[in-house]
Design a protein around this ligand. Structure first.
Ligand SMILES: [Zn+2]
Length: 542
């Protein structure tokens, strides 16, 4: 009798990339949701029994399941049923107006119409939609459509009235209502959006669970087996936690989730703490993650806080959401309470604020291996990279931003700053552990696009931004697998296909190591295996 049990699944017949620096395999045995053994088919033949399920790679590539280290599962799921204006879906203002008008007819007067994803740089008019255009499309409905970055949106007159925003309104701290000739244009920026969100219909528990399930299934179709939800509470405060918990208990959470709770005055953190939650609570399927604070906005929307002005707009440098001392106090307090810290910071001024806040918090309450994260961390300076290394700060970048917004970055920030943005190679080579993500639904959550960017630094129009920041494919895969696990304190259970690790795999339709880089954009995920179970099967082969 063999000393080994019989494998539940035997993966064979292709190339199995098990993790950076690990020997590759051509066969993998899975047992009780974990990797039992790796080697060649003949090495593992003794592990196959009558009940062993065979997964024949037929020359394809298997990799550890991808981890999206920064996305928004609930907004992805809710967004799958909202009006979607993401380019190339909307490239003309008329398409937005027509879709809003059609939705008004469908829903009837009074109902909120919610859309997302427009990018004014990709619209024929090269500007945000106007309040009046949305009024004409839906005179009897409140309408709010968010820009692709989520940091701003356009409200029509009904929505402004519903939110109690008069023409003479003052801008709130950290936000703005755009005006032209003394009249509101409908554009609502940064924290001013909270005024609109307050009156928008909140998804209920059922809607939230449906969103989690819908989004999770979508993630599986992208080869993602784990995600970091970078903002639990964004849409429905602490109710989102109850939805996650119920989804988990009823088998409706399709992917592993590490949950980052929104901090700040309007976040879900206070309720999370009152409920006794803290980073680390949970299991390998769902775990409480960090507290997330916002230091600034987005580069494309010109609200990311920079130390040097944007190129376009009269010396503007973006905006910080909080004063330094406010940020420092919030970060120190939750760090001392035992939470991992995650700070959204895109511009170098915001990244600087985040680094100082983290350093002060660590100094006041030293904690080995605190793994603070800076989310996005796009326009980081060389000196800041050194400080991040010293403090053990994890960058959580979105390579896909270069694909989708790279040309826009050049427009608003110039070439030098855009070339140096999201410095995957410098981080990797200087010993930091960048954990790649997508920020979906802001950008596509297809990890193959992120891998393509890391290997080529190409925008979707083919421009190369900073060729010195390219990474070899294996290093790029590492950022999308092991580093994501590390950013969630989960490197002992997932992120590689070492023996004993969770049996989470993605099978790609071609061997990415032997195709031209352009092939990465055409590649598809054929199979996704989570905990040894096939959860996505594009071709229905099994
Ligand atoms: Zn995000």
């Amino acid at each position: 009798m063999s000393a080994f049990p019989t494998a539940d699944v035997l993966v064979k017949g292709g190339r199995i990339w098990r993790g950076l620096g690990l020997p590759e395999a051509s066969a993998l045995a899975l047992w009780k949701g974990r990797v039992l053994a790796a080697g060649t088919e003949s090495d593992l033949s003794g592990l196959a029994g009558a009940d062993t399920r065979l997964v024949d790679l037929r020359g394809r590539l298997a990799v550890p399941g991808f981890c999206d280290a920064h996305e928004h599962l609930i907004p992805i799921g809710l967004g799958l049923v909202e009006l979607d204006f993401k380019p190339p879906r909307a490239t003309a203002i008329a398409q937005i107006v027509d879709a809003v008008a059609a939705e008004a007819r469908r829903l009837g007067p009074g109902a909120w119409i919610i859309g997302r994803g427009y990018d004014h740089f990709h619209l024929d008019v090269k500007r945000h939609p106007l309040r009046e255009e949305l009024d004409r499309a839906a005179p009897d409905n409140p309408v709010y459509i968010r820009r692709t970055c989520g940091h701003m949106g356009v409200a029509n007159s009904r929505a402004l009235t519903a939110a109690g925003i008069p023409e003479g309104v003052n801008d709130p701290p950290g936000g703005a209502f755009e005006r032209r000739d003394g009249r509101l244009t409908g554009l609502v920026q940064e924290r001013a959006q909270e005024v609109v969100y307050r009156v928008m219909p909140k998804p209920d528990r059922t809607n939230l669970i449906e969103a989690i399930e819908r989004a999770g299934r979508h993630c599986l179709s992208q080869g993602l087996t784990s995600v970091v939800d970078a903002g639990v509470g964004l849409r429905a405060k602490f109710e989102e936690w109850f939805a996650y918990r119920e989804a988990r208990q009823t088998g409706r959470l399709p992917v592993r989730a590490y949950l980052s709770f929104t901090g700040g005055p309007d976040g879900a953190l206070a309720d999370a703490r009152a409920a006794g939650l803290v980073t680390g609570i949970g299991d390998e399927t769902m775990r409480v993650g960090p507290v997330k604070f916002w230091a600034d906005g987005s580069a494309g929307g010109r609200t990311a806080a920079m130390s040097e002005p944007y190129r376009c707009c009269g010396g503007e440098k973006g905006m910080l959401c909080f004063e330094d001392r406010e940020m420092e106090a919030m970060v120190a307090e939750v760090h001392a309470a035992g939470w991992q810290i995650a700070i959204h910071a895109i511009g170098d001024a915001a990244i600087g604020q985040a680094i100082v806040a983290i350093e002060k918090a660590l100094k006041a309450r030293p904690k080995p291996d605190a793994r603070p994260r800076i989310e996005h961390c796009g326009f980081v300076t060389d000196r800041q990279i050194g400080e991040m290394k010293r403090l053990g700060i994890i960058p959580s970048p979105q390579p896909v931003f270069i694909h989708e917004f790279g040309d826009l970055y050049v427009d608003v920030l110039g070439e030098a700053r855009s070339d140096a943005s999201y410095p995957m190679r410098r981080w990797h080579h200087r010993g930091l552990r960048p954990a790649a993500g997508s920020d979906a639904p802001v950008s596509s959550d297809n990890p193959l696009i992120g891998l393509h960017v890391m290997v080529t630094r190409k925008t979707d129009r083919g421009r190369v931004l900073g060729s010195s920041e390219t990474l070899p494919l294996a290093d790029a895969l590492h950022t999308y697998t092991a580093n994501g696990a590390y950013s969630a304190f989960a490197e002992a259970e997932r992120g590689t296909l070492e023996v004993g690790m969770l049996a989470d795999l993605a099978v790609i339709d071609r061997d990415l190591f032997s195709v031209d880089p352009a092939g990465l954009l055409e590649a598809k995920v054929d199979l996704t295996i989570l905990g040894g179970e096939v959860r996505y099967d594009r071709l229905g082969e099994l």
